[in-house]
Design a protein around this ligand. Sequence first.
Ligand code: SAH
Length: 353
Amino acid sequence: MNRQQIHQWLTEQEPAALEQLWRRADRVRREYVGDAVYLRGLLEISNHCVRRCHYCGIRADNHQIERYRLTTGEILEGVRQAQALGIGTVVLQSGEDPELTTEWIADLIVQIRRRYDLAITLSLGERGYDELAYWKQLGADRYLLRFETSNAELFARIHPAAAGRVQDRIIILHQLRELGYEVGSGVMVGIPGQGYEDLIEDLLLFEKLDLDMIGIGPFIAHPDTPLGKISWEASDPAQVPADELMTLKMVALARLVCPQANIPSTTALATIDPQQGRELGLQRGANIIMPNLTPPDYRRKYEIYPGKACLHEEAISCHCCLERRIINTQRTLGRGPGCSPNWQRRRERLSTT
Ligand code: SAH
């Protein structure tokens, strides 16, 4: 797809015309990754964060939230629960928390590997090459790091660099690839100051990076963050709306530019449309759901944005609700790790050369 075609879809308003985009994305999804919807059990292991991202509620400067860090025992209990529920992947996510040291994470990976048979995905923010290499060697499989927006100027504005570090998430994504991780990235849709050209570049960058996983969610303003406090012109025609339709267009277009990628129907999408956000994502290109397995008392404190879907559910009821939604959309439940076919191909190529 070229820029002009993408632009046309992003600005298309006519439901009948959009029906073609939805059908095409759904057909490509079925052809390349099938009808199975894979589950990734999410454990939000720490909300401590040293960064000051202007969009994120767990930023260092937000003193309104209570900070927590799960113990190894609590995390292992979450992983046990994931396996018992038939979930084939566990995602360990956190703020950028230096207390989660290289060795502590390494030990956690070893313990999970020793006891359980699940794929391990890490999403711990911007970490160093050596520790990423070490964790991979010990058995981590995947890493998620959204580039948030391909517009470098906008990114720099909403994502202040860590003291004394040059920040470049794209370089880290290349490093992850080189280290043999399945690589996930993604963006927020409707960041204040984000235009249509930026979304086009986002999609072309997904394609260029040849991503294995792509997470796309609407930007949701958090009142205790700089972006939640500014007044911005949502009616400006150049501003991308942070709404469900635009998010679904991005999910569908991501499926078309990266047909083999694993694409979740995100919690942020379910947050702005609790009734049917999950289902619409699955029907318009997505093939992954990430049930939240964080104990509810901690889950409330991992408030990256307000009103997060599934906030009060115990893991088991959250899981049952999501399974029902999957079955209701005429899809099947994926079993096992559900690696991206893209990554499998790459691995086979490597092993034959
Ligand atoms: N510290 C990790 C994990 C962050 S939370 C990291 O930076 O990678 C995971 C994702 O939540 C972020 O990448 C961002 O895309 C999304 N997010 C954060 N704040 C948000 C908000 N206000 N609205 C929507 N999505 C948000």
